[in-house]
Ligand binder design. Structure first.
Ligand code: ARG
Length: 245
């Protein structure tokens, strides 16, 4: 009888393990609405939902780790996370260390200023003798463009876009340069701020995967293609970024 119980227990345990799906770990920086942000304790947003749809299609469980944006590429490269999805722009520099999937969304850099700001357009930042304090999120494309164009002295780096916006609200900065949809969300969430468009060109958001993990790259690309084709991605984006009438 004891043996039978042991046998049954072993079978049940074995079945249990088989039923448990493998987990994919996604790294992100969850202060970047509408792509990733906290709703109570949970990370939600366009990236979290697309990642969940991909994992469901591929039969994985999804775990999301919140980390510093500028640590994401090395976390992917070292295998600490399976992929990074963080409104992350595909750039040639990053592509030296990770592979990117196909593009799933588009972003453009924007400028957030206080409502009464003397800055009215991107060109104002370049005017001879101008010395504006520009806030950015460390390691982002906004940081790279501004540090290149205006020099490290003009640029204050923050760990999150939300921290940069808080410093702007507190009067410590003249503007924040950040992707357009998070910029819109920050302007909506804070009194006294407005958004300026720029003519920075479009950036392509994609998922970063370790160079050697081409199997996962192919799987995720196949899932993304299906989710683009059947309208799931457009639906998720439209939910978080309602089209203005
Ligand atoms: N698109 C920009 C970049 O790739 C900013 C992304 C910031 N993302 C975030 N989740 N904080 O550099």
């Amino acid at each position: 009888m004891k043996k039978l119980i042991a046998l049954v227990t072993a079978i049940v345990m074995l079945l249990g393990t088989c039923a448990l799906a493998d987990t994919l770990t996604m790294g992100t920086n969850a202060a970047f609405p509408p792509y990733e942000f906290y709703e109570d304790e949970t990370i939600v947003g366009i990236d979290a939902e697309i990642a969940a749809a991909i994992c469901e299609k591929l039969g994985y469980d999804l775990e999301i780790l919140d980390m510093n944006f500028d640590g994401l590429i090395s976390a992917v490269a070292s295998g600490k996370i399976d992929f990074a999805m963080a409104g992350m722009t595909k750039t040639p520099e990053r592509e030296q260390n990770v592979n990117f999937t196909i593009t799933y969304a588009i972003g453009v850099q924007s400028i957030i200023v206080p409502e009464n700001s003397p800055i009215t357009c991107l060109d104002d930042l370049y005017v001879e003798g101008a010395s504006y304090k520009i806030g950015v999120q460390q390691g982002t494309t906004g940081d790279i463009y501004c540090s290149d164009d205006f020099g490290a002295d003009a640029v204050s780096q923050f760990l999150t876009g939300a921290d940069a916006v808080a410093a702007l609200v507190a009067g410590k900065l003249d503007c924040v340069v950040i992707d357009n949809n998070p910029a819109k969300a920050f302007v909506e969430a804070n009194e006294g701020l407005k958004l300026l468009d720029t003519d920075y060109s479009e950036e392509e958001y994609a998922i970063a995967i370790a160079l050697e993990n081409t199997e996962l790259l192919e799987k995720i690309n196949a899932a993304l293609e299906e989710l683009i084709e059947d309208g799931t991605i457009a639906e998720i984006i439209a939910y978080y970024i309602p089209v203005e009438e």
